[in-house]
Write a protein that binds this ligand. Structure first.
Ligand SMILES: *Cc1c(COP(=O)(O)O)cnc(C)c1O
Length: 404
């Protein structure tokens, strides 16, 4: 297989190929296969940040809080909800980190469930979930005297497997839409329905799906969701998370980090906490306005391209990576750690080999940047708008040299 020729052919036929040039660094020879950990910046971000400093921050100063910033966590959240999450307005907030937002929403859910029925003492979670999710569940369980029922999906969590774990003891379920290792996509609608049948609430972590695959939170009847904006939403290191709370739950849920920005009347500064109506109650302190700026422009770009077109390219990229795996890497002993079915595969592909740890280190030295995931996985993250097929071909060509 002539890798580079095949990559160039696929680029020539790619309707989204021209978007790559909007990203800083895309002109260099560096092969970036880690957009699922930290997306590339839009070139426009530097001017946008400079304008923000001189205009909104530099000249409007404190007045900008009244003029725009108090509402920004919700206006940006609504637009993100519309473009990427399938969430109607008034249900998405942008603030905190994913870890903090996850803590707030999961605690709010289990506290609510316990108030309704003290016998709901169990949180169901997934062993294969990202570490922060697992650690937070452990912390919440310890704090509230609850127990955890761990599931170990292999590789996919089936509805039946989950239904077996649910019962009158279940308070809440925490799962990832797309697993961070293999890239497996969960059946959110079916699992959410099974959770509801057991009287429990579900919180979905969308870190590896937001901006990459279509999401329909309202249609799927999801209760709660959180996700990162610095992965497939390219908003930059430490950009704030988003949190979604279905309208039907908002007035009943109160989150534990009762700060002044979630108060019904923050500027009265009175005694005692009273949660605001709607999504504002899920804020804690001053929201990260500066760090939201790159998200604003990326979400507009995503709206222009459309998530379905992004998904189609994501599938084409992962299919190409699998094609290269089969033709070039499998004969060298590399095993595919992701599904061959694009319907249940997100935008990254796991390539397994006993030497992948050393191979990853050598790749970084040669300006090919994927991720390593324990114990033996090379994770190839393919960010649809910024990754070219030629880039995948070059990168996997170097993987073949190093493994072979
Ligand atoms: C990346 C990721 C996180 C990161 O959380 P932070 O608080 O932003 O560090 C959490 N959960 C999952 C599933 C992730 O993939």
């Amino acid at each position: 297989m002539d890798l580079n020729r095949r990559g160039a052919e696929l680029d020539a036929a790619d309707p989204l190929a021209s978007y790559r040039s909007l990203f800083a660094g895309s002109e260099s020879e560096l092969v970036y296969l880690d957009g699922n950990s930290l997306g590339r910046p839009l070139r426009a971000a530097s001017q946008q940040l400079a304008d923000f400093v001189s205009q909104a921050w530099g000249s409007r100063l404190i007045r900008a809080w009244d003029e725009e910033w108090m509402e920004l966590p919700f206006t940006v959240g609504d637009r993100l909800g519309e473009v990427a999450l399938g969430a109607a307005a008034g249900q998405t907030v942008v603030a905190d980190s994913t870890s903090v937002m996850l803590y707030k929403l999961l605690r709010a859910a289990v506290d609510h469930q316990q108030r309704l029925d003290p016998a709901r003492t169990e949180i169901v979670a997934d062993h294969a979930n990202f570490p922060t999710d697992r650690y937070l569940v452990e912390g919440i369980a310890a704090e509230r005297g609850l127990s955890i029922r761990w599931l170990t999906p292999d590789p996919e969590l089936t509805v039946e497997e989950l239904a077996e774990a649910l019962g009158p003891q279940t308070a809440a379920v925490l799962l990832s839409h797309i697993t961070y290792q293999s890239g497996q996509i969960a059946d959110v609608a079916a699992i959410t329905a099974a959770t509801h049948d057991a009287g429990a609430l579900v919180l979905w972590d969308l870190c590896h799906s937001a901006g990459a695959v279509p999401i329909a939170l309202d249609t799927w009847q999801v209760d709660l969701a959180v996700g990162c904006t610095y992965k497939y939403l390219n908003a930059g290191p430490g950009a704030p998370a988003f949190g979604y709370v279905a309208k039907r739950h908002q007035d009943a849920l109160t989150q534990p980090l009762q700060g002044w920005m979630g108060h019904a009347e923050p500027f009265v500064m009175g005694p005692g906490y009273r949660p605001a109506a709607g999504m504002r109650r899920f804020l804690t302190g001053t929201p990260p306005i500066l760090a939201m700026q790159p998200l604003i422009s990326f979400v507009e770009l995503l709206g222009e391209v459309g998530i379905d077109a992004v998904r189609a390219k994501g599938i084409a990229l992962t299919e190409f990576a699998i094609e290269v795996h089969d033709a070039v890497l499998a004969p060298l002993g590399v095993e595919l750690g992701s599904s061959r079915d694009s319907a249940v595969r997100g935008n990254h592909v796991l390539l397994r080999h006993s030497r992948m740890r050393e191979v990853t280190a050598a790749l970084w030295e040669r300006d090919v940047i994927p991720d390593f995931r324990e114990p033996d996985g090379l994770r190839i993250g393919l960010s649809p708008l910024s990754t070219s097929f030629a880039e995948v071909a070059r990168g996997l060509g170097v993987v073949a040299e190093l493994v072979g």
